[in-house]
Design a protein. Structure first.
Lengths: 774, 359
């Protein structure tokens, strides 16, 4: 069945029709080909025509820009032939200049592996010997020397590059010939990770310059609001934008699917997702379903398989889960079977939005708004064949943010992608990279051109703790451990748990996931099979599980707690006490629920140590009179007045909800505005608002750095507190919505499903904070 | 950001990184690394207490004193690129194996030829081919035997070592015998002390020792402040000439790669590709059985009955140097310099001992 036909049918079906909130038709587009002038070398030309490839406009633009020696940033969508757009000019240059080399950086090992396959294929096709290879943590020691000394294209990741730069002398052949640095999935490098990668790429540039090379950068990103700015911040150079997508597309139907359309709910969100997924699979479409958790990916695949067994036995084996934690060979196997058409449907966690190599598909189901417009379009973009129709569906959760999009499709489809912000000048991040740089080559005054004007002042400060020393050669690193070991690009630690079944490694997960999903008694789903965890050994980080056919699943119960550990600084802003200090965020799993379908049938206690995380944050407490004042104002408003008139006795509860919703909305809006004042991504920041906190003995709002130890985001916001409060106030005041929307008080990462929220109360509190009165 | 607050951030940065780096360094020490594990066993806690007492005692004892008052030496280097050089001498009797004896032994190893294993060797010997020289007449092995015989005759140690390592492990006595083809006057014993285990961090003391008559002459180059490291590297290079050969303990894995990495760091041109006899491997093969580990201090106790007093354990060298760096008090340097000098003397004696042991 064609996607359009299937959608027409669903629109008639009472099970689906009321849930279809909107169908956006994105029209088909023909291919637009470009001209290559001057022509490509014959062997590359021949290779392309053997595969029947004609170059699209953006591929030709990329080639022209590279030939001119420009840095470029490519923003065309998934499946537009982006990889070929940079592989052709790289091969052309490398074939013409025998000593030239190229470095490809991918955010994950899985993506690097996929890329290597493509490069080897292109090498065979063109007959140009490039000996492309992967160099990362998994590369066996015995092969490293040969790769360093012979490969002309090396595929790696930022973490590995961070580790190898200080061994540059062993890489002199590769670095002195380096013509290209290709950074794919560059939009992933935003916020704290992006700032780290920006510093890392500056270190790479300095090393290359030392060896006489000055590589061109080729960045590829998903659609973001500011690709050129991001590229410039990441690498510190000028860029040409390649966005003239010439690849063809079939018509695409984007469905906003709302299980909470107003009727009494009969099914859970996961059952709703399953049913839509099944409808697409049964309709003959190859479908990928993104879910919010690993468990949901497994459950939906399992439920779908069970249902198919009854209704369409022929399709029963055609659905599988695919998620992080699977061993690489298992993942390759799933990808291969899907590409061969042996699989019809895959459920996957959205963490794998770019990690799954299955090409483009007929249909994609995105279960729950993924938090950013960037991710939504990346996931939805997996649907889209070149010459046939496709469907993407966003299944809304019950929370106000998802619901807002369902009710305002116009806003959703017009909403620009987020800006990707990086701050290579963040002193916490830059200082770590200056230590690394000083361990690679002495840092000289002229290196300010890589690291910025504060280089000298930061090194001077580090020298007071004897971490670097001023010498006639420049600043020299003098710490007692390897600098690159001390500086982490992000919070990926070595804290990995293994799940073992009968002595066989089933999968791996990090500590947080292990505590949540693989605690004693947990039902673990792996490729549709159920396993019950017998024991977790914390010392060896091993989880022992046994295969067991059980018909229930489990859900861990978490208690979270936030404590103030120190208050080095405080100030008063119009009666509000604003503090900056240390915080400990502590999460503990205290038990787990046993569920059958959607109902809980039991609760078991757990004894697991808390997972704690220390950071720095800012928080404020309110003058005592504010709560009363907010209530006096709000109760006059028609909405609250109406509720009060209906149920006069609910006043106390309503008052709590108004005030709590005001604090909560204010917290969300303030976090949302932070990237404007403090260069970061909103996902780098955490927040808690509460009508009573034991450490402040009253209502409080906390905003803190989301990474261990903190990196000065909340600290800077504390310094700029009045400005942050003022812009937050303007943001809410000027937002055109009635009761809150994603542009003001809704948060895409709220742990409480954006409940309660009270836009007007938030505005009242803020105006008191900003002007002292309403 | 306000000026005052910016300065506050900078002050916090140092503390923060120092904490992180110290933790990483302590972890390195505990883990040990690869073959270095033998040399850096996990320090027992009582040892650390002793070391802390030693550190305090040294700080008291040497307060206000200068390095020149404690160790005789002088400024070395040129163009304002200098460091502090110290000298000392110890008696040593070295009699290397006679080159002709070595030639004879080499010629007796038929397995040095391609295609000859244990069985073939036996059968060749029963046919009357007892030496490589005999084999030069053999129809199949003749040409290669002639090539090897010529190389042995010439006695070029680099070429010979390369040949031997194709068929025997690097710790085989034959590889060590090749040291006899060198002029003992060209011997350079090497031992460095560093701020850490990875060449990210500076060399702080370089000891080189040479033979002079019946004495071993030790030259030590001290990095009084990190800016002197480049001078130390250059001065070491100036000791090397094309005929030099190196003797070290774990220097193939540690000291030489470390020096090369530090030279690359400063952009100092120069090569350290000289024949190199790493006594760790030969010692392990010879004496490992009777000892708990193969550290140099264990060997010297076992072989020469030397027990060190007030020694600083290797793994604490960086932290002692850091104390000197912070306080300017030379006390914590004293045992580092003594330790390095003693290592070189023991290394020289070990070299002599191996020539006797395998005589």
């Amino acid at each position: 069945m064609t996607p359009a036909g299937l959608l027409a049918m669903l629109s008639q079906d009472p099970r689906f029709a009321p849930r279809i909130a909107h169908i956006e038709v994105i029209p088909a587009r023909p291919a637009v080909y470009g001209q290559v002038e001057p022509a490509l070398p014959p062997h590359i030309e021949a290779a392309l025509s053997r595969r029947g490839i004609r170059l699209y406009t953006h591929q030709c633009d990329a080639l022209t820009a590279v030939r001119k020696g420009k840095n470029l940033v490519i923003t065309t969508p998934t499946a537009s032939g982006k990889t070929l757009a940079f592989n052709i000019p790289v091969f052309e240059r490398l074939a013409a200049a025998p000593g030239a080399t190229a470095l490809y950086l991918y955010p994950t090992k899985a993506l690097a592996n996929d890329q290597l396959g493509g490069l080897r294929d292109f090498e065979r096709l063109t007959g140009e010997k490039m000996s492309p290879d992967i160099y990362d943590g998994d590369t066996p020691a015995g092969r490293r020397v040969r790769i360093r000394n012979t490969a002309r294209i090396i595929v790696s990741n930022p973490h590995e590059l961070h580790q190898i730069l200080s061994y540059h002398a062993k890489w002199d052949r590769f670095f002195s010939g380096l013509n290209f640095v290709v950074v794919d999935e560059a939009h992933r490098y935003r916020g704290v990770l992006g700032s780290n990668v920006a510093c890392l790429l500056r270190r790479l540039k300095r090393i290359c310059n030392y060896y006489g090379a000055d590589p061109q950068f080729v960045l590829a990103t998903a659609t973001i609001a500011n690709p050129v700015e991001l590229a410039r911040e990441l690498t510190g150079g000028e860029y040409e934008l390649i966005d003239n997508d010439g690849s063809p597309r079939g018509t695409r139907y984007f469905v906003l699917y709302n299980p909470y359309f107003g009727a009494r709910e009969l099914f859970s969100i996961h059952q709703e997702t399953r049913d839509l997924f099944l409808a697409l699979v049964k309709g003959g479409l190859q479908t990928l379903c993104f879910t919010v958790s690993r468990r949901m990916a497994e459950l939906i695949a399992r439920w779908a398989g069970e249902e198919l067994k009854e209704t369409d036995p022929g399709l029963a084996g055609c659905v599988t889960a695919y998620r992080a934690g699977y061993l690489p060979e298992e993942r390759r196997e799933v990808e291969r079977r899907f590409k061969q058409g042996l699989l019809r449907g895959i459920t996957s966690t959205n963490a794998l939005e770019v990690g799954i190599d299955v090409g483009s598909l007929d249909a994609v189901v995105v279960s729950g708004y993924p938090g950013t417009i960037i991710s939504t379009w990346q996931q939805a973009g997996r649907a889209g064949r070149r010459n046939s129709e496709s469907v993407a569906a966003l299944v809304a959760f019950q929370n106000p943010l998802d619901q807002y999009f369902m009710k305002h499709p116009g806003v959703f489809f017009a909403k620009p992608s987020e800006r990707a912000v990086v701050d290579p000048g963040n002193p916490y991040i830059l200082s770590g990279h200056l230590l690394c740089a000083a361990a690679e080559l002495p840092v000289r005054p002229e290196d300010e051109r890589y690291f910025g004007p504060r280089t000298g002042a930061i090194l001077e400060a580090l020298s007071r703790d004897y971490l670097v020393a001023a010498t006639p050669s420049g600043w020299v690193y003098t710490g007692r451990a390897r600098a690159a070991d001390a500086v982490a690009l992000d919070r990926v630690g070595g804290d990995v748990f293994k799940v073992v079944c009968d002595g066989r490694l089933l999968e791996t997960l990090d500590r947080a996931h292990a505590f949540r999903e693989a605690h004693q008694g947990a039902v673990l789903l792996h490729r549709g099979e159920t396993y019950v965890v017998q024991r977790m050994d914390l010392d060896t980080r091993t989880v022992y599980a046994g295969k067991a056919a059980v018909d229930y699943h489990t859900e861990a119960v978490k208690v979270a707690d936030l404590r103030v550990t120190g208050v080095p600084d405080r100030k008063t802003v119009r009666g509000f006490t604003v503090c900056y200090g240390g915080l400990t965020v502590c999460e503990q799993y205290t038990g787990y629920k046993i569920r059958k379908g959607d109902s809980a049938i039991g609760l078991q206690p757990l004894e697991l140590p808390p997972v704690t995380f220390t950071t720095t944050g800012l928080w404020f407490t309110l003058p005592e009179t504010v709560e009363e004042w907010v209530w006096e104002n709000r109760r006059q408003d028609p909405d609250i007045a109406g509720l009060l008139a209906d149920k006069p006795r609910s006043a106390t509860a309503l008052r709590q909800m108004v005030f709590g919703g005001g604090l909560h909305g204010l917290e969300h809006a303030m976090i949302g505005i932070m990237p404007w004042h403090v260069m970061c991504d909103r996902w780098d920041i955490g927040g808690v608002s509460t009508p009573f906190h034991p450490d402040t003995a009253g209502p409080a709002v906390f905003i803190y750095d989301g990474c261990e130890g903190g990196i000065g985001l909340a600290e800077k916001a504390y310094d700029l507190f009045e400005a942050v409060a003022a812009t937050t106030c303007e943001l809410i005041r000027d937002c055109g919505c009635e009761t809150g929307c994603p542009a003001c008080v809704y948060s895409p990462k709220c742990g409480n499903g954006n409940v309660p929220l009270d836009k007007n109360a938030a505005l009242l509190i803020l105006s008191r904070m900003v002007s002292g009165r309403a | 950001m306000a000026g005052e607050s910016a300065a506050g951030v900078l002050d916090r940065l140092g503390d923060r990184w120092k904490g992180i780096i110290d933790r990483a360094a302590d972890l390195d020490t505990l883990k040990g690394q690869g073959p270095a594990r033998d040399m850096f066993p996990q320090p027992a806690v009582p040892g650390h207490e002793e070391a802390e007492m030693l550190r305090k005692q040294l700080l008291r004892q040497y307060r206000g004193r200068k390095i020149e008052d404690v160790f005789a030496g002088e400024e070395a280097g040129e163009d304002g690129c200098t460091c502090y050089r110290m000298h000392s001498r110890s008696p040593l009797s070295l009699s290397m194996l006679d080159p002709d004896t070595v030639r004879e032994r080499l010629l007796g190893h038929l397995r040095l030829l391609y295609g000859i294993g244990g069985v073939t060797e036996e059968s060749l010997k029963s046919q009357g081919y007892h030496t490589i020289t005999d084999l030069t007449r053999h129809p199949r092995y003749g040409p290669e035997a002639a090539r090897l015989a010529a190389i042995i005759g010439k006695g070029d140690p680099a070429e010979l070592t390369g040949w031997i390592r194709r068929w025997f492990p690097g710790s085989h006595p034959l590889a060590f015998y090749c040291s006899s083809f060198h002029d003992p006057g060209q011997l350079v014993l090497l031992d460095i002390e560093t701020l850490g285990l990875s060449p990210d961090t500076p060399v702080i003391l370089l000891g080189a020792a040479f033979l002079s008559g019946s004495e071993v002459v030790v030259s030590q180059y001290l990095v009084r402040e990190i800016g002197e490291e480049a001078a130390v590297l250059k001065l070491f290079l100036s000791h090397l000439n094309p005929g030099s050969f190196l003797v070290s303990f774990n220097g193939k894995s540690f000291d030489v790669p470390y020096l090369k990495a530090r030279m690359a760091y400063y952009g100092i041109k120069g090569r350290i590709e000289h024949p190199h006899y790493d006594l760790l491997y030969f010692s392990r093969k010879t004496w490992r059985g009777g000892m708990d580990n193969c550290r140099l201090t264990t060997l010297e106790e076992h072989l020469f009955g030397v027990t060190r007093v007030n020694d600083v354990p290797s793994e604490l060298v960086p932290s002692f140097y850091k104390t000197y760096e912070r306080t300017g008090n030379i006390g914590p340097l004293v045992p580092i310099i003594e330790h390095n000098r003693q290592d070189l003397v023991t290394l020289a004696r070990l070299f002599a001992r191996l020539h006797e042991e395998w005589r």
